[in-house]
Design a protein around this ligand. Sequence first.
Ligand code: SF4
Length: 219
Amino acid sequence: MPPRLLPIPQVMRALARAIRDHELPAIEKIAESRHRHAFHILIGTLLSARTQDATTHAASERLFRVAATPAKMALLTTRQVETLIYPVSFYRNKARHVRATCRVLIERFGGSVPETMEDLLTLPGVGRKTANLVLILAFASRDNICVDTHVHRISNRLGWVTTRTPEQTEQALYLVADRRWWADINLYLVTWGQNVCRPIRPRCSACVISRWCPRVGVT
Ligand code: SF4
């Protein structure tokens, strides 16, 4: 079945211009400031789940200042990692995942971050969201869509997809969006979701893509 004709190119072009006025999301900042260092992007993304961007960025930088490689990070105790990354949410679980991931990177991947979805998903605490973002930001993949809570919410509000979970949204977006937009969807919709199309009280009157938005589910 051919993909439905949705105004995705118009929305993406408008967002490409509009997001220049807003701060980059935390992981994009880490990717830029750390020269697309795959290990730092991976760890930053692990820390970012359900955590404010400013908190994620500060915690990542504190951790990298003490241990910037899997070998050095694996030498830290779980307690030390917890202290460095606090107050990210679920910092105890995340500290365990960080240390376990470092050990797997060393033991199975020679201390490097693997470059395939299949291998990334074997790392403790890494799901499709993290793996897709690592592939896009660290390995310049144009074949992945990273769907977090913002991408999931806004894709549904825009009527691009009708889905219940981020995993469903990712698969549905592959069908409706042209490949040329895949890698940019996360940056554009996350920036828009943090600043304009917020979970509660989206700022529809100040939204540059409102003409293409049916506002599905917005009350
Ligand atoms: S018009 Fe409203 S619901 Fe639609 S994308 Fe903009 S802020 Fe979100």
